[in-house]
Write a protein that binds this ligand. Structure first.
Ligand code: 4AD
Ligand code: MG
Length: 460
C-alpha cells in the first residue's frame, strides 16, 4: 500500500506494512536510533519515521540523507509514544531517490516571505506556502461548487481580446509584428498586418463576453486569468491575477448584491469546513484571530451604504488621510479600510458611485450622476469584489461610449446585446488572490499565487 501522509496519519497503527514517498524535513540521528520527519505536501503534519539502527542495516542511507532529500521508505505503522503524533512508521528499508546537498536553501525553519519569493521554485516546500496552496485549491473547488449548485453555467471567456472591457486602457498588447520595424501606413502602425488583423491585448476581464452568454443562458460565470498593466506596486495588486465573474440575467443590483454576499459567505464557510488544519495554522502563525473574524463575517449581514454616504462618513471622521476625500474622487485603499475597520467593523457594500470613476458599462441612475455600481469592501484588504448592474438601454450605452471617447466600432457586438432582447442584468468580479489573502491572512498578494507577475517581476 502506498498512500498520502494525510491519510496515513488518520490510521491506527497496528503494525501494517506500508510504503511512503516524500521529502525529508528533519533528521535526528543517534547511535542506535534515527528519527526523521517526512512530508509529501498532503498535510501540514509530517510523518515521523523511526529507524532502529541495531535491527536494520541502514547506516549508509541514513548518513546520506539530509533535509530536502526525496525518499521511498518501507516500514510498519505503529502507535507512537510521542505526544505530537498518534502513529509513526518504523522504517525497515530506505531508498534515496534524490539527494539534497548542503546548499539546499530551505535549511532554517523560518525564512522571510521576501526571500522565499526569490526562490519561488522551492517555496511550495515550506509549511506556509504549501498551506496557502491547499487553501487556494479548496477555494477554487468551493467556487465551482457554489455556482454549479446554484445553476450557473461555466463559460470559458477568451484570454486574448480585441476590446478593452474596463475601458481603462491598462492592457498588455499581444502582437507578432516586428517591434523594431512595424509596418506603417500614414506614419501609424498598420495593425491590419498584425496576427489578428487588428490590435489585440490580454483580457482585463471576462465580463463583456460573459454578458453574451448570460443573455442566452441566463446565469453564467467565468473563472480565469486576467491581466492588468497597472503600475501599482502594492501588496494587493498583480499584473496577472484570477478573477471569478458571475453574470446574472433578469437581475437588478439588489439581486446582484444578495448573490455576492451569499457567495462570499458560502466560500468562507466552505474553507472553514474543508481546510481545518491549514486554517488553524494561519490562525496561529499568520494572523491571530482570523478564524473568529471569518466566522463573524459569515454570521453578520453586510452593511450597505451609498458612495455619497460613505464620503460623508469619511469627511466626518476628521482623519488626515494621505489622499483627501471628497465627493467625486475614487475611494483609496486607506478609505476603504477605514470604512470597514473603524466605522462599520465588517464587510461593507458601497453602491452608486459617480459615473466618472466607474466603467462605461454601468447602468446610469436617474440622477444622471451616479451609476448602479457596488463594491464589497472587507477589513484588512479593502475592495475584494467590484460589480454593477449593466446599462441595458441601447441609447444610453451608446451615449456613454461616445462621452468617454471609446470607439463604438469596437463594441458593436456589445451594443447588439442591447438591441436584441435586452434584459436587465448584473454581475460582479471577485479578485481570487484577494480572496486567498483575505482567508489566509497573508499580507502580500505575491505570496498567494504560485508565480506572481507584477511590475518588474516575472522570474519563474
Ligand atoms: O473592480 P474590477 O476592476 O471589476 C471588473 O473587472 C468587472 N469587470 C467585474 C465584473 O463586474 N464582472 O475588478 C474586480 C476585482 C476587484 O474587486 C479586485 O478584487 C480584483 O478584481 N482586482 C485585482 N486583484 C489583483 N490585482 C489587481 N491588479 C486587481 N485589479 C482588480
Ligand atoms: Mg473595482
Amino acid at each position: 500500500m502506498n498512500t498520502r501522509i494525510k491519510d496515513i496519519l488518520k490510521l491506527t497503527g497496528n503494525g501494517q506494512e506500508m510504503t511512503v514517498e516524500g521529502w525529508i524535513r528533519t533528521k535526528r540521528d543517534s547511535k542506535s536510533v534515527c528519527f526523521m520527519e517526512l512530508t509529501d505536501g498532503s498535510s501540514l503534519k509530517n510523518l515521523q519515521i523511526i529507524v532502529d539502527k541495531e535491527k536494520y542495516e541502514l547506516d549508509k542511507e541514513i548518513e546520506r540523507i539530509s533535509t530536502g532529500a526525496s525518499v521511498r521508505i518501507i516500514g510498519h505503522l505503529v502507535p507512537s509514544p510521542g505526544k505530537n503524533q498518534s502513529v509513526e512508521l518504523q522504517g525497515s528499508s530506505i531508498e534515496i531517490l534524490g539527494d539534497s546537498p548542503s546548499d539546499y536553501p530551505l535549511q532554517k525553519k523560518r525564512h522571510s516571505f521576501e526571500f522565499l519569493r526569490e526562490i519561488a521554485h522551492l517555496r511550495p516546500r515550506t509549511n506556509t506556502i504549501a498551506a496557502v496552496t491547499r487553501v487556494r485549491n479548496a477555494l477554487s473547488y468551493g467556487i465551482h461548487t457554489f455556482f454549479q449548485e446554484n445553476g450557473f453555467i461555466y463559460i470559458h471567456t477568451p484570454i486574448i481580446s480585441a476590446s478593452d472591457a474596463e475601458g481603462a486602457g491598462e492592457m498588455f498588447q499581444v502582437t507578432t509584428l516586428d517591434l523594431d520595424a512595424p509596418p506603417k501606413t500614414d506614419g501609424k502602425v498598420d495593425y491590419t498586418k498584425d496576427f489578428f488583423g487588428k490590435k489585440a491585448n490580454l483580457t482585463v476581464s471576462g465580463q463583456l463576453e460573459a454578458e453574451i452568454y448570460a443573455t442566452a443562458l441566463k446565469n453564467v460565470y467565468t473563472f480565469g486569468p486576467t491581466f492588468r498593466a497597472e503600475n501599482s506596486n502594492t501588496s494587493r495588486h498583480l499584473a496577472e491575477f484570477w478573477m471569478v465573474e458571475p453574470e446574472l440575467a433578469f437581475c437588478s443590483l439588489d439581486g446582484n448584491m444578495e448573490m455576492a454576499e451569499k457567495f462570499l459567505k458560502y466560500i468562507l464557510q466552505y474553507t472553514l469546513d474543508t481546510c481545518g488544519e491549514d486554517m488553524e495554522f494561519f490562525n496561529k502563525f499568520i494572523h491571530k484571530g482570523i478564524l473568529e473574524s471569518l466566522q463573524h463575517v459569515i454570521d453578520t449581514p453586510f452593511t450597505h451604504v451609498s458612495y455619497t454616504e460613505a464620503v460623508k462618513h469619511l469627511e466626518k471622521a476628521g482623519k488626515n488621510f494621505e489622499y483627501p476625500v471628497s465627493w467625486g474622487k475614487d475611494l483609496q485603499s486607506e478609505h476603504e479600510k477605514y470604512l470597514t475597520e473603524e466605522i462599520f467593523n465588517g464587510p461593507v457594500i458601497v453602491t452608486d458611485y459617480p459615473k466618472e470613476i466607474k466603467a462605461f458599462y454601468m447602468k446610469l441612475n436617474s440622477d444622471n450622476k451616479t451609476v448602479r455600481a457596488m463594491d464589497i469592501l472587507v477589513p484588512r484588504l479593502g475592495e475584494i469584489i467590484g460589480g454593477s448592474e449593466r446599462e441595458n438601454d441601447y441609447g444610453k450605452l451608446l451615449n456613454r461610449i461616445d462621452e468617454l471617447g471609446l470607439d463604438k466600432e469596437d463594441y458593436w457586438w456589445y451594443l447588439d446585446l442591447r438591441k436584441y432582447g435586452s434584459v436587465p442584468h448584473s454581475g460582479f468580479g471577485l479578485g481570487f488572490e484577494r480572496l486567498v489573502q483575505y482567508v489566509t491572512g497573508m499580507q502580500n498578494i505575491r505570496d498567494v499565487i504560485p508565480f506572481p507577475r507584477a511590475v518588474k517581476t516575472a522570474e519563474f
